[in-house]
Design a protein around this ligand. Structure first.
Ligand code: GDP
Ligand code: ZN
Length: 447
């Protein structure tokens, strides 16, 4: 049992109950609601205390297992969304359960979803998507999480696992023909199968990596000399005043981090202290921080003043070379004419007038490799990508062993098994209980 709506005042407050046993659910309904609502039929009820005084009026919904969120026998009461009235309803529920000696207690965080997982209503990647959907900070992230929740990601993992299983079965079958194992496998094109499994795996991994970005947001770091308009551009992209904009060079000494989303894709934009050769100690600290920010960047936006194109008197650190970069010429409003043949990965904008911002947004998404609109991808976690990497390394070993020699066929088989197991960690069928507990404990109460 838990209050499923957030604390505080709201139009509606929802209490959710999940009973492993149907009889307990019905007994409880009779005592709590004084009736047993027809399954899946919204039923208006008045809750009354022992002396007949009304506690709340609302809608009761009953779901019979296994056709419910948890797979158990579920009752939801939608009452009025105030903390006091919900507490009164909760007390009433506990009293009734106690009177009947029903084992009713407060649910742990994520316990409803955990039960859904244990009852095979969802696999682990889907269960995680429940939490990610609730936590999503942008419409795009929410769409990606919803795709994972409905099984888009899990299905692709399962398809891959099935193909590995198929190959493993083929290997098992050869054990019946110890003399001609290799020939048998060659006829069945085991190597070709493995090759196409590898291709499918790398496509899935690329999507999953993109899915992690949907969840965590990409870090875009704005760098450039002082006064070129870094803070102004951050504000223009964010659409609100978040950084200090000032005509005095060297104002942005601290990092300013702003979450925003571009076309639904969640991003983290980091404004930095301007880079220039300086003797000022405080400014030097700022520049050190800029260098640190650069190391964590998924994308660098190197900003320059279009009217003064040769201002950067200090080289970027070596790490910057490995990071995708867009060169942005700001203050285009100060130019009489704009060059129309800028090279690739270059844009001009005016943070002041907003000119060129839409083109810049397209360039950002293109450059960081968002090839899918959020609704065409899915959300994933780093845990999933790590498992896919393990799977990858075993598949590659399997590929190295494949059909070289009869004597290492069992190594081939073993690597396939390990690759398969790694996929099982994503859907959670092969994850130890303590890890499962950890994943669900991060959910909110009532989910
Ligand atoms: P930062 O030091 O790189 O963060 O630069 P700021 O954002 O603080 O801007 C420095 C100065 O340039 C301020 O006076 C801004 O108003 C001005 N500025 C910023 N962007 C533009 C622009 O697109 N056009 C013009 N004309 N001025 C700008
Ligand atoms: Zn600034």
């Amino acid at each position: 049992m838990a209050i499923a709506t957030p604390p505080g005042k709201g139009g509606v407050g929802v209490l959710r109950f999940s009973f492993p046993q149907a009889a307990h659910c019905e007994l409880f309904c009779q005592a709590f609601l004084q009736k047993i609502p027809t399954v899946r039929l919204a039923t208006l009820v008045t809750l009354r205390d022992a002396s007949g005084h009304a506690i709340d009026e609302g809608i009761a919904l009953r779901f019979a297992g296994p056709a419910s969120f948890t797979g158990e026998h579920v009752l939801e009461f939608q009452g009025h969304g105030g903390p006091a009235v919900l507490q009164a309803v909760l007390n009433h529920a506990l009293e009734q359960a106690q009177r009947l000696s029903l084992p009713l207690r407060h649910a742990l965080p994520g316990e409803f979803t955990q039960r859904a997982f244990l009852n095979d209503k969802l696999d682990l990647a889907q269960a995680e998507a429940v939490a990610d959907l609730i936590d999503a900070q942008s419409v795009g992230a929410a769409k990606a999480a919803a795709a994972s929740l409905t099984g888009v990601f899990s299905q692709q993992v399962t398809d891959l696992a099935d193909r590995i299983t198929h190959l493993r079965l083929l290997l098992e079958a050869t054990l019946d023909f110890p003399e001609e194992e290799i020939e048998f496998l060659e006829k069945a094109d085991a190597k070709g199968q493995l090759q196409s499994i590898l291709t499918q795996q790398s496509e899935l991994m690329a999507l999953a990596q993109e899915g992690v970005k949907f969840r965590e947001g990409l870090r875009i770091v704005l760098v450039g000399p002082p006064n070129v308009g870094k803070s102004s551009l951050l504000n223009a992209l964010a659409g609100e005043e978040v950084a200090i904009v000032s005509p005095v060079a060297g104002t942005t000494r601290d990092r300013i981090v702003q979450e925003l989303n571009i076309r639904g894709v969640p991003l983290v934009l980091v404004d930095t202290a301007g880079l220039r050769v300086t003797d000022d100690t405080v400014e030097k600290i700022g520049i050190d921080r800029t260098f640190k920010s650069i190391q964590e960047a998924d994308l660098l936006m190197l900003l320059m003043d279009a009217a003064h194109p040769d201002q950067l008197d200090m080289p970027l650190p070596d790490v910057a070379l490995r990071i995708p970069r867009i060169q942005v010429w700001n203050k285009s409003d100060l130019l009489d004419s704009l060059p129309d043949n800028l090279g690739e990965d270059q844009c001009w904008v005016s943070a002041k007038t907003g000119a060129g911002l839409e083109t810049l947004k397209d360039a950002i998404l293109h450059k960081v490799g968002f090839n899918h609109a959020p609704e065409h991808g899915f959300m994933a976690r780093q845990r999933h990508v790590d498992a896919l990497k393990v799977c990858r390394s075993h598949l590659e070993l399997a590929h190295a062993y494949a059909l070289q020699d009869d004597r290492i066929l069992d190594l081939f088989a073993e690597e396939l098994r390990l690759a398969h197991d790694a996929l099982g960690e994503i859907t959670g069928r092969l994850l130890p209980d303590d890890l499962l507990g950890l994943i669900f404990s991060r959910f909110c109460i009532g989910k």
